[in-house]
Design a protein around this ligand. Structure first.
Ligand SMILES: [Zn+2]
Length: 458
């Protein structure tokens, strides 16, 4: 028996498909061959800030045990599955498939994966590693997807990770409104939080588990363990059939994309960053109600932007003043003629709050009313009793800040797949994840789906 890692990426397009679905189909076909799975299918989200990303920028890896004589057949099945389920006629869809035998993942592949999650990697690097480690790469069109496919193999999710159960629609329903009972999702959220996350948008009373596009996903339940996402799934009512569901182990919700830099001069475009600095220019509103402020340290300065859809984050960013010390996290957009390089804030930690003061006119010593200034150096006059004085002075008062030290994160509705939500802090998964051997991580034609009783809300 040998271990085989099968990575794949870039099969979808904005108009059709989803690489998680291709992986789910492949799980079914490999299962029929009698292979065993040594891990849940891995869903590895790559750097969301590279300009040429796929929609969710998620790459997949299946890790199996099989006999050496099966490898040829497994390869054929994988190629056929990717080929017939990719949106190949779409210009930007460049699928890649990589098969790597061997129990241990070479450290160089792990490093490559980290680079693909936090930075930018090139096709040449991927092809070099494929040659060195005698991996089998299958490319479709330019095959740029081999980058993600190889990265998915290299990222073995030994640190913090989460699970997602994705339920898929039957093809006849693609493109139509998803019939998921909204109330059942709110109930599921109440019953499973904080072990599940980002199920709902509490501010707008909407569900976040379903996408809106023409892709095959009905919904996805994200959470800390495989068991809880399955339980969450069982609590959801829907009025349309589920073709299949699959549980993925993933780096979603872990901030895996953020790389800490030592100083502002080390920030590079397209490399999502965590950087510490002091607010050097106050927040200003730019068109479409976005907020921009400037952060500096001894090595330089950088603009940080909080966009309107980030909700509370934008509101708190607008309360920052010069002198506040924060740790800012987010993607980095390159400089344009119209603006400098900018960190798109996903979260910030306010560590040192600058005190804010203002001068106030004195109170009338005679009647206690607030006095009015009669002009520079001319003293004050009381509007109540007419008392005048050059002796009384303005005094300094401290103004209460509209923000406290703490962590501020984008609203769940605008969180990226990789962003770690507030509810996950302190809930991280460690190294051990319990090797998966049972077969219950995927199901076809889920019999649990029954029409909602009474008044369903969609
Ligand atoms: Zn007075």
């Amino acid at each position: 028996m040998i271990t085989l890692h099968i990575g794949m990426d870039d099969t979808d397009s904005p108009r059709a498909g989803c690489t998680t679905y291709v992986a789910s189909l492949l799980v079914e076909r490999l299962h029929a061959l009698g292979v065993s799975f040594i891990d849940y299918p891995n869903l590895v989200r790559l750097n969301p800030n590279v300009p040429w990303k796929t929609r969710g920028n998620g790459a997949l890896c299946l890790r199996i045990r099989c006999s050496e004589t099966q490898v040829e057949e497994i390869r054929d099945i994988a190629v056929e599955t990717v080929e017939s389920n990719s949106d190949l006629s779409h210009a930007g869809t460049e699928p890649g498939l990589v098969l790597l035998p061997g129990r241990e993942i070479p450290i160089e592949l792990t490093t490559f994966a980290k680079k693909a999650i936090q930075g930018v990697v090139k096709m040449k690097e991927a092809m070099g590693l494929i040659t060195r480690y005698k991996a089998d790469a299958v490319t479709f069109k330019t095959g740029r997807g081999v980058i993600g496919a190889l990265a998915a193999i290299g990222e073995t999710l030994t640190k913090d990770h989460t699970f997602e159960l994705i339920a898929y629609r039957i093809p006849a329903n693609y493109g139509s409104k998803r019939l998921v009972d909204v109330d059942s999702v709110f109930e599921m959220n109440e019953n499973t939080k904080p072990l599940t996350f980002n199920n709902i948008d509490p501010e707008r009373r909407r569900i976040l588990i379903s996408p809106h596009g023409p892709d095959p996903i009905l919904y996805g339940v994200r959470g800390k363990t495989a068991t809880i996402v399955k339980q969450g799934h069982q609590m959801i009512r829907c009025l349309e059939p589920i073709e299949r569901w699959t549980v993925f182990r993933t780096n979603q919700g872990t901030d895996a994309h953020l790389g800490q830099v030592a100083s502002i001069k080390d920030i590079r475009a397209y490399h999502p960053v965590i950087v510490k600095g002091v607010v050097s220019k106050p927040p200003r509103i730019i068109p479409r109600r976005h907020i921009v402020f400037t952060l500096k340290d001894a090595t330089g300065q950088i603009d940080c932007a909080a966009y309107e859809p980030t909700g509370e984050l934008r509101k708190k960013a607008s309360e920052l003043i010069v002198g506040d010390i924060i740790e800012a996290s987010g993607g980095v957009r390159p400089a344009l003629p119209t603006r400098p390089m900018t960190v798109n804030l996903e979260k910030f930690k306010l560590t040192d709050l600058q005190r804010r003061f203002a001068f106030q006119n004195p109170l009338c010593p005679s009647c206690g009313k607030r006095m009015k200034s009669m002009g520079t150096e001319k003293g004050f006059r009381c509007g109540g009793c007419g008392f005048r004085s050059r002796e009384v002075k303005k005094h300094m008062i401290e103004i209460k800040r509209g923000v406290e030290p703490g962590l501020y994160i984008t609203a769940p509705r605008s969180q990226r797949h990789l962003a770690k939500p507030l509810s996950r802090y302190g809930m991280e998964n460690g190294r051990k994840h319990g090797r998966m051997v049972s077969d219950w991580f995927w199901v076809m034609n889920d019999p649990k789906v029954t029409p909602s009783q009474g008044s369903a809300r969609f």
